[in-house]
Design a protein around this ligand. Structure first.
Ligand code: KG4
Ligand code: ZN
Length: 346
């Protein structure tokens, strides 16, 4: 039986809705609308109160547009999936209340989805062969997690960041270099013009891989950010040095992410490694991981539109849980942090 779901995502600064049909167990994306909030640019970061107001203003039109693009009426939906957390609580609340209202009004079930489980499901929308087990590196503006995905819903946490998330590091370094927020894509562009190796930036926590203990697959990016700050202060011409700084910073981040992901993949004997989250849009990262894992494992990465925050990935994760009979109640509240459902510590 075909199932048709409406997905909704409002955890940060993207208002997104998608219609996803599951046909013979396979996802068919019927529409995806992503509206990125512009208001935050001038503030150099997301302002939670403004994000909530923007979601409130646009959630209706964005959903209507997703339904119209799919050629679907509300009555043709079989259920809804919505991000319940982690994220900005006021922003999440808008999408969650909207989904609850539709669920109640239509008499159709809904499910609150963990945002990171959405990122994990994103590549399955394009890569129909992709299935666990695999190792996954989730790198976004808020999280950096290395997981062993034993099965859907069975996640073993191998390591995470002890301070800044990888995307956060890109954005903070972007601010140091005088770039607009979010800076990930611009740093990647600048890095292509930069000469490598001029600045000796630290490969933070790379050495823990060869030490026994629970920090082997942990990450840390705040020291790297401070090293960039020092280099910027010491520079006599930041505009001239910007591409080289971007290059060395990106190389430092990529080296640690790639080596830890590759070692986990090898040690666990996995034949697939998944890259997910906004930072997975970085081509240099995906290329470096592919090169490192050549002959060992296949690297699966979604296209950029599905890697940054979007409702299609939320619908994909929700579809799997709804199909197992899971349902959320009207008492579900948004949450700002919390582990993936089914996650155990490595
Ligand atoms: O997953 P996402 O859209 O939102 C969160 O859940 O956080 O990730 C956004 C993050 C931002 O920090 C942004 O700078 C980063 O992803 N990003 C990139 C690139 N494109 C987006 N980082 C590095 N290289 C990119 N090409
Ligand atoms: Zn995200």
């Amino acid at each position: 039986m075909a199932e048709r779901l409406l997905g909704i995502e409002t955890s940060c600064d993207e208002t997104s809705a998608a219609v996803l049909r599951i046909e013979g167990g396979r996802p068919v994306l019927e529409s995806l609308v992503i509206l990125s909030q512009d208001v935050h640019r001038v503030f150099g970061g997301v302002v939670p109160e403004l994000a909530s107001r923007e979601h409130l203003r646009t959630i209706g039109p964005v959903t209507d547009r997703a339904l119209a693009e799919a050629g679907v009426e509300l009555g043709q939906l079989d259920g809804l999936a919505v991000t319940a957390g982690p994220g900005l609580v006021g922003a999440l609340l808008v999408g969650l209340m909207y989904a609850k209202g539709l669920s109640f009004g239509l008499g159709k079930p809904y499910l609150g989805v963990h945002h990171l489980e959405g990122h994990l499901f994103a590549p399955t929308l394009e890569d129909l062969e992709l299935a666990p087990p695999f190792v996954a590196l989730l790198v976004s503006g808020g999280h950096t997690l290395l997981l062993d995905v034993e099965g859907w819903g069975r996640y073993r946490l191998l390591g995470q960041t002890l301070d800044d998330a990888a995307g956060e590091a890109f954005d903070k370094v972007g601010t140091l270099l005088g770039l607009e927020y979010p800076a990930g894509a611009e740093i990647e562009r600048l890095a292509r013009e930069g000469k490598p190796g001029r600045f000796r930036l630290p490969r933070s926590m790379l050495h823990t891989l060869d030490q026994a203990g629970d920090q082997r697959f942990a990450f840390s990016f705040s020291g790297l950010k401070t090293a960039v700050l020092r280099a910027v202060k010491a520079s006599t011409d930041v505009a001239r040095d910007r591409p080289d700084l971007a290059r060395d910073f990106q190389d430092a981040v990529i080296e640690v992410l790639v080596e830890k992901t590759a070692r986990a993949t090898e040690e666990l004997g996995r034949t697939v490694a998944v890259l997910g989250g906004g930072v997975a849009c970085n081509r240099a990262l995906a290329d470096a991981l592919r090169e490192r894992l050549q002959g060992i494992a296949r690297v699966a990465v979604a296209s950029p539109r599905l890697n940054t925050d979007n409702a299609a990935m939320i619908a994909a994760a929700g579809a799997w849980r709804l199909a197992r009979g899971e349902r959320s109640g009207m008492d579900l509240e948004p949450f700002d942090s919390g582990p993936l459902p089914g996650m155990v510590l490595g």
